[in-house]
Design a protein around this ligand. Sequence first.
Ligand code: NCD
Length: 325
Amino acid sequence: MGNIQSSIEKINGDFKKKDIISLDQFTPTDLSILFNATDKMKKIAINAIPSSLLAGKIVTLLFYEPSSRTFGSFAAAIKQLGGQTVEIQDPQHFSSVSKGETFEDTIRVFEAYCDAIVMRHPQIGSAQDAAEAAFFVPIINAGDGIGEHPTQALLDLYTIYEKFNRLDNLTGVIGGDMLNGRTVKALIKGLSLYKDITLYLLSPDELKLSRQDFSNFQKRGINLIEINSEKDIPKNADFWYWTRVQKERFPSINDYEKVKNKFIVTKDLVNNYAGKNTIIMHPLPRVGEIDESVDKDPRAVYLRTQIRNGMYIRMALLALILEKA
Ligand code: NCD
């Protein structure tokens, strides 16, 4: 499977039937369209307004890697809009994939049953491969190995936008696993669409962005500052975005143990380095890198708005891709 190609179709103001593979497909205008739709979806969900935007539509959730929140929020998003799901988890063990069926055949089989496929897969580039294999239906990337996780980045961007009413002129701190974290990469790509963004990347040396990613991102005009001490966290950050060290991507458990949880968000860290309006984000699951004592802090949005926004953004995205003309 190859790397994500630059040939992925741009959204260009029209989401209809498009694959969603990478943040590379989006412009700020596309994000505005999506965010406006997301505001509406939020009202539908909060007020439990019956909706038939996806009535008659079936979406396959094809997850080759474990997932609960992304899987659950896609399923909830589809059902909230009156659509239905075909849910396949772990096909390598529970389907014809275990009999040796090729990836391409699996995609073509499931597309025959539905209107879109949401796929998570451990290999980078797999979402693009699925999009090339599919004859008829759009593919939505729900995480391709250490590649990207566009819908997570979209909900993260929406969460930042909701708080600050802008996506330019922001300073953020990203903590954790830059090397393997796909949500981080998609988020940096998204933020680099806007002006005057500075990101402090806090991680042990072993978990820094690959040099190739680092220089590719910098070429987009985003200001990236790598730091490896909490003391270098700027006090004026608008958001902190902490991530889990991605245990499943390490060749050995020892390698993982050496670098896990070097930087933990504690009450003290927040008191000493966060500003009054800094929001604290995390894509979840967290496994110790944010202390539970931080949860009650009103600036902590990870178990609150950030999670809910995941469902709203997925509702909006699916509605824009699948809505009848
Ligand atoms: C993330 C992922 O799968 O990349 N989880 C999620 O979808 N919210 C983050 C993670 O697993 O660390």
